[in-house]
Design a protein around this ligand. Sequence first.
Ligand code: GDP
Length: 192
Amino acid sequence: SSRRSTGLNKAENSEGPDAKNLRVKLVLLGDSGVGKSCIVLRFVHGQFDPTSKVTVGASFLSQTIALQDSTTVKFEIWDTAGQERYAALAPLYYRGAGVAVIVYDITSPESFTKAQYWVKELQKHGSAGIVMALVGNKADLQEKREVSVQDGIDYAEENGMFFIETSAKTADNINQLFEEIAKRLPRPSSSS
Ligand code: GDP
């Protein structure tokens, strides 16, 4: 199998998702260099190690988190390995995704513009009901900031998205990002 699974998989339900054990494909989109791989590595491995990037691109990583209501959410995280740069390949990548995390770098206005492109693309061609998060990464680089917090908040609000600023370097808000996404996932109806 080419699948590579790490992290906590004890809660996985082999019959597929049910009301208490959700499973969702998550894609990250954004300019090259904004920190997508580092966000994933921080979340899944608890590390900031840009040199291990190569291993992420190979396939996907998964990580399961538990919410307070004892629901578990298994994220199947697809790394683009840069494929999103080829416009024709992007739809293959985000097809079937229940979550799109659109990342920019707060020191790069160009990456914020690119994030807006991805939002529109997903609004047009993404799965119905896709949960979208807008992430301003590299929040540790305050002295180099070129995109204001308010610009991120405003754009996300206009587009009905969840917004957060993160730092994969310091781990700031990384777990919160995935927890907030998990809370926003549509729940299958439960008989209990
Ligand atoms: P990707 O191309 O979007 O996957 O970006 P990477 O995850 O490879 O990161 C690109 C570069 O940004 C690397 O040199 C990282 O060390 C750096 N980087 C990623 N996240 C952060 C962050 O939160 N803060 C800082 N200061 N640098 C970061």
